[in-house]
Design a protein around this ligand. Structure first.
Ligand code: ADP
Ligand code: MN
Ligand code: MN
Ligand code: MN
Length: 336
């Protein structure tokens, strides 16, 4: 037995968009299973999860990962927030997803989430002239060269950290707006993708911190003729991935259209600033799906149409969405 550092990560009660919190507990290690990771608690009155006179809230570990920053046997611990008596706290959206994931387990749903984000240094996106604007969008998407991409060293460190933490990161790319980037997590099941996306966000903030840079997931970090930031959510079930699955995908697209407003309600705050119908988006007031259409709400990839099986891409979720909620409503709408 030796002492290890366990970084306990949880989601706070901040509105309209929850934020990540974390603190360190020194525990006995190495840890061999979740049973070795103790329950813990925190001051909920400082995280918008309690009033001062009854402030204790519980941290219930649900997953742990090797800590790629501290190394050794140290771990990152993802938690659900509960009341001291074990009851689910209102800010805890994971508990609802656990129930939906169990209910629809036979569908074998997979998700791949494309997390877009923007680096900021002070008040400007990284690489932008102080108080001014760079050249118009065009050359920056998947660009190369010191005049086109900003923050690649952070992106590389983050990707490496995700891999070492065992996160199913599937790639990264520079985005359309300079200083904006994307990483993808998946394909994975509903709880795995959501837990891992939150931990990948944690690692991004934590690593950028060492560079004196802030990573923002605001859906429209710069107003005007600049791309917003989304979290396209790619989705499939077992039957969609099997021969002839295209028909099931079309049915799913139809079902999604019937609950457009309910989906938008959990697809992230300020999303109306991003879903304008410009910049590769469909208006927030419309619902459309189409093959290979990046101006639609839901895109069916060309390869899926050609193979007659595959997955769909819901392009509506914004970068600041809660993956527990997005994964849950997709399961509920498509599989019910
Ligand atoms: P885009 O072309 O929209 O930029 P990306 O390559 O960035 O797409 O992201 C696609 C995501 O979809 C990846 O995370 C990938 O792992 C995931 N994905 C691939 N196949 C499936 C599938 N059958 N079901 C769900 N997600 C999938
Ligand atoms: Mn992408
Ligand atoms: Mn993108
Ligand atoms: Mn996409």
């Amino acid at each position: 037995m030796a002492k290890i550092k366990a970084e306990y990560i949880w989601i706070d009660g901040h509105k309209p968009t929850s934020k990540l919190r974390s603190k360190t507990k020194v525990i006995n290690g190495p840890v061999a299973s979740l049973d070795d990771v103790p329950e813990w608690g925190f001051d909920g009155s400082s995280t918008m999860q309690a009033a001062g006179h009854d402030s204790d809230r519980a941290l219930h570990p649900v997953a742990y990962y090797p800590d790629p920053i501290r190394g050794g046997d140290n771990i990152l611990v993802m938690n659900e927030v509960r009341y001291p008596d074990g009851k689910t706290h209102e800010s805890n959206k994971r508990a609802g997803l656990v129930a939906l994931a169990e209910k629809h387990a036979a569908e074998e749903a997979w998700y791949g989430i494309e997390q877009e984000y923007t680096f900021f240094q002070g008040r400007s996106p990284l690489g932008w002239p102080d108080g001014g604007y760079p050249a118009p969008q065009g050359p920056f998407y998947c660009g190369v060269g010191a005049d086109e991409v900003f923050g690649r060293d952070i992106v590389e460190d983050h990707m490496e950290a995700c891999i070492r933490a065992g996160i199913e990161i599937s790639g990264v790319n520079a985005e359309v707006m300079p200083g904006q980037w994307e990483f993808q997590v998946g394909p994975l099941g509903p709880l795995e993708v959501a837990d891992q996306l939150w931990v990948a966000r944690y690692l991004l903030y934590r690593i950028a911190e060492d560079y004196g840079v802030n990573a923002s997931i605001h859906p429209k970090p710069v107003k005007g003729d600049w791309n917003g930031a989304g979290a396209h959510t790619n989705f499939s079930t077992k039957s969609m991935r099997e021969d002839g699955g295209y028909k099931i995908i079309e049915e799913a697209c139809e079902k999604l259209g019937k609950r457009h407003e309910e989906h938008i309600a959990v697809y992230g705050a300020h999303n109306e600033e991003r879903l304008t119908g410009l910049h590769e988006t469909c208006s927030i007031h419309e619902y459309r799906y189409g093959v290979s259409d990046r101006g639609a709400s839901v895109r069916i990839p060309l390869a899926t149409a050609k193979d007659n099986k595959g997955y769909l891409e819901d392009r509506r979720p914004s970068a600041n969405m809660d993956p527990y909620e997005v994964a849950g409503i997709l399961l509920d709408t498509i599989c019910s």
